[in-house]
Design a protein around this ligand. Structure first.
Ligand code: HEC
Ligand code: HEC
Length: 395
């Protein structure tokens, strides 16, 4: 009798909670649902990079994955790509700025989900994943090596040379350092292309919505639903952080990072475009394997476009729980700090660039919290990746 009464009281106490979760007060319009569905499905279908002839090649991926962790690639033999892009840290370092032989001026971005992107680096200073992968090898604060150093390493190490031969179908050129060096960029890129983050609570919710499931099957909390509504609505976040990877890959000035983080201006996109057009490894160079000319044309056109100082690439919002601190200068330590910055911005006018007077979003404290809760649903700790077997030999 006593026990039964207790259960009844418990049921009474729980019932408001239960019905609350099952019938949320948050509803979406047709237009909002369309926006939400545009952030999926996940993962993206695998695609190949036409500018890289070993894209998707199993042997190239394996060699790239080994070189990514190989400190011999660096001039002094002390630094690898993985020193800053640490697998356990979602391929970043959780530092404010990357640290090689000295600190570099920007935050280390994740290498997850780069496959579908078009520009690389915060300023888009490289127009292909393989040419971006060559930049840190040459940078004196990063791997500080030369094409000659890299080419010699590949030629002289029996295992690396064997794997290179398998990947490209011919041994490394004995005389042309640059071709071997670019080959290394291409195998690194084919490895990086395989890094895809796992499915998140948002992806499961999004697919339930796509299937037309009732709200009771959404499994998405009330604050997350409110945050999502702000994300696609009032916050206009979705206009820049668009698509399944939550970035349209374009360049904008949000003021999140300081223009001159360490007293030295970081102009961003205009400088990135200059670097692309001056690079010997850009898509207009003979190293581009795309013989149609389409990718070279795209770069040629882009380098003639105007960009404004202070514009930086829109980052992905996936797995942010694993990649603090945030922003190009890494000054924001938490997502709450990022949202505090956006609270007083006019995000719609940032995108329109039409010089209309700005109307700040005026996000309340609660709205900022809801957006943070929503952003948290874009992360997962399940991002499977397995290193190559160190004992596996190439013959
Ligand atoms: C000293 C730390 C450090 C090392 C070592 C390093 N990186 Fe990076 N990586 C960075 C930073 C910082 C950026 C941002 C660069 C920029 O915006 O100019 C970056 C950017 C990138 C990007 C572009 C990502 C994007 O979202 O556009 C790729 C790809 C990349 N690195 C690959 C590599 C590879 C491959 C290596 C090894 C050859 C390497 N990195 C070594 C710190 C490092
Ligand atoms: C006009 C385009 C634009 C809009 C609109 C926009 N963002 Fe951003 N977002 C960016 C850019 C560009 C950066 C990188 C800024 C920097 O550090 O220089 C960024 C950075 C971020 C970061 C840091 C990510 C990281 O890895 O460092 C978060 C989180 C974020 N935005 C969330 C939002 C939210 C939430 C909204 C809506 C309230 C929003 N953004 C609206 C362009 C935009």
């Amino acid at each position: 009798m006593k026990a039964a009464a207790r259960i009844a009281i418990l049921a009474l106490a729980l019932s408001p909670l239960v019905s609350h979760a099952a019938e949320t007060k948050v509803t979406f319009t047709e237009a909002e649902i369309k926006q939400i569905l545009s952030h999926g499905p996940w993962p993206l279908a695998p695609t190949l990079d036409a500018t890289n002839r070993v894209s998707g090649n199993r042997e190239a991926i394996e060699l790239g994955s080994r070189l990514f962790f190989d400190e011999r690639l660096s001039g002094k033999g002390q630094l690898a790509c993985a020193s800053c892009h640490v697998p356990e840290r979602n391929w970043t370092d959780n530092l404010r700025r990357g640290v090689g032989s000295t600190e570099v001026e920007r935050n280390t971005p994740t290498l997850m989900n780069l496959r579908a992107q078009r520009w690389f680096g915060w300023d888009g200073g490289a127009d292909s994943l393989w040419s971006q992968s060559l930049r840190p090898i040459l940078d004196s604060r990063e791997l500080a090596a030369t094409p000659k150093h890299v080419a010699q390493l590949i030629r002289k190490d029996e295992q690396l040379s064997c794997r290179y031969t398998k990947a490209f179908g011919a041994p490394p050129s004995p005389t042309d350092d640059e071709v071997v060096f670019v080959g290394v960029g291409k195998v690194l890129a084919s490895f990086e292309e395989t890094l895809t983050s796992g499915r998140t609570p948002f992806d499961r919710f999004r697919d339930a919505l796509a299937r037309g499931e009732p709200q009771s099957n959404w499994h998405f909390s009330e604050p997350a639903l409110r945050g999502l509504k702000l994300f696609v609505g009032k916050g206009a976040c979705t206009t820049c952080h668009s698509g399944a990877n939550f970035t349209g890959g374009e360049f904008f000035n949000t003021g999140l990072s300081k223009f001159a983080p360490q007293g030295k201006p970081d102009p961003g996109r205009p400088e990135g475009l200059r670097q692309v057009s001056e690079s010997r490894f850009n898509l207009m160079s003979p190293h581009n394997d795309d013989r149609t000319g389409a990718s070279a044309d795209r770069t040629r056109k882009a380098t003639m476009e105007k960009a404004l100082p202070g514009e930086f690439k829109v980052p992905t919002l996936r797995n942010l729980l694993l990649t603090a601190p945030y922003g190009r200068d890494g000054r924001a330590e938490t997502l709450a700090e990022v949202l505090k910055h956006y609270a007083t911005l006019d995000t719609a006018s940032l995108r329109a660039k039409d010089g209309k007077p700005a109307k700040p979003l005026n996000l309340t404290k609660e709205e900022q919290n809801d957006l943070v809760v929503f952003l948290e649903t874009l992360s997962t700790f399940s991002n499977p990746w397995r290193p190559e077997d160190a004992n596996d030999r190439c013959y």
